[in-house]
Design a protein. Structure first.
Length: 413
């Protein structure tokens, strides 16, 4: 039982330090080491390891990576970013525009989607406005995490809660409980980032330049892909709102928009070669390691042994936030949700689980898949965030976020 926990601890430490002696390690390599370690030591069988890999998540990311890479290669993404952010005339306005724009966008296009297409955008803004890339990467990471809290399709764990938790009118319910505290938390993220990067923001001179489109045919196909994403998200929302019994998987929202590029673009092979395969390896390895940890039963026994009132809002927020760092938020929700359902909880407790498991992404890098996507994507452009870059702001922000959600959920119950 203890070997998977030891491996997980080593993985966590290596992700924090990113090196062994003089050898520099990348996040995907560390997670792959963890998966191989539990396989070699027999903590999970090869068959169970293969079955543990969530193909829907891998395909979703693959489809979005194809669209994202086409947007970058065509130059249309930078052109679109100029049109969206050109009205920001000061550093404060730019930060608020990114936080609210990416945050609200993640509520309906999913946080992983915004992490994929948002990374090159914020790095371009950092370059144009002479801002630290770390500031803009942190801004994006916090924005897509906080923003995705308030929607049942903002992230995979919210989808799981909305469906398996039998949440009535999920869009209305999530917005009723979470819209106002989410807006407050986005603004608090702005205040905190402004405090930590005060000197850099004072030196900044906001400047925007309209980047030229490099490949008009690929740009047109990329634009078509974005239209398809918006149309499919809208269709997904209506199937949920109208309770239409259609198996409309989130995977389709990524794979169908990728088809115009894969089928019609002569640059399909070039685009496919440039997508972030390392992140796909990371997720496949993460599923294997986390399944091994799950099978050990360690964290299940910890929750039972603590003898907490696991149905109280404060316990749900704290347990889901902390354990999401160790077993990831989707497995955590898969573990916690049946416990809450068996206890006969109300909507506010289910919403607390959504808030806690999602806002966990602001604590440490491994708290959210979107953080890993942003960092791996940024490293393609020569930029990165370390564990400590993230944690020194993320720990404070998470504490503040949890307090805000606790207050709103307690007062609104």
């Amino acid at each position: 039982m203890i070997i998977p926990i030891i491996v997980l601890a080593v993985v966590f430490i290596l992700i924090a330090t990113r090196r062994i002696g003089n050898i520099r390690l990348q996040i995907w390599q560390i997670m792959l080491f963890g998966a191989i370690a539990v396989l070699v030591t027999g903590q999970i069988s090869p068959v169970n390891a293969l079955l543990s890999i969530n193909i829907d998540v891998i395909l979703f990311l693959f489809g979005m990576f194809i669209v994202g890479e086409a947007l970058i290669e065509s130059g249309y993404l930078n052109h679109m970013a100029y049109r969206i952010f050109r009205r920001a005339k000061s550093p404060d306005q730019l930060l608020l525009a990114v936080l609210f724009g990416m945050g609200l966008g993640s509520a309906f296009l999913m946080n992983d989607t915004l992490a994929i297409i948002g990374t090159p955008v914020v790095l371009l803004l950092a370059k144009q406005c002479k801002l630290p890339p770390k500031l803009m990467l942190l801004t994006l990471a916090f924005a897509v995490t906080i923003g995705s809290v308030m929607s049942p399709i903002g992230n995979p764990q919210n989808v799981l809660i909305a469906i398996n938790g039998n949440v009535a009118n999920p869009f209305v319910t999530f917005l009723r409980y979470l819209f106002l505290p989410t807006v407050v938390n986005i603004f608090l993220a702005f205040m905190l980032l402004r405090l930590f990067f005060k000197k850099d923001l004072q030196k900044c001179e906001v400047a925007h330049s309209d980047e030229p489109i490099k490949d008009y045919k690929l740009a047109r196909l990329s634009k078509l892909s974005l239209v398809l994403i918006a149309a499919l998200v809208t269709a997904k929302i209506f199937t949920v709102l109208l309770n239409i019994p259609v198996d409309f998987r989130l995977t389709y929202i990524a794979l169908i928009p990728a088809l115009p590029i894969v089928v019609l673009s002569p640059r399909r092979i070039e685009v496919a070669k440039k997508i972030d395969w390392r992140t796909l390896v990371f997720f496949a390895a993460m599923f294997v390691l986390m399944e091994s940890v799950w099978e050990s039963g360690f964290f299940q026994s910890v929750i039972t042994g603590l003898q907490l009132d696991i149905t109280s809002v404060v316990a749900i927020l704290l347990v889901s936030t902390l354990l999401s760092q160790l077993i990831s938020n989707v497995p955590l929700v898969a573990l916690y949700l049946p416990m809450l359902m068996n206890a006969g909880v109300s909507a506010s407790e289910l919403i607390a689980l959504a808030a806690g498991s999602t806002i966990a992404g602001n604590l440490f890098i491994l708290g959210a898949a979107s953080n890993v996507i942003i960092i791996q994507n940024a490293e393609k452009f020569g930029e990165t965030l370390t564990f400590f870059d993230f944690a020194k702001i993320g720990v404070i922000l998470t504490a503040v976020n949890l307090l805000v959600y606790w207050l709103f959920l307690t007062l609104g119950a």
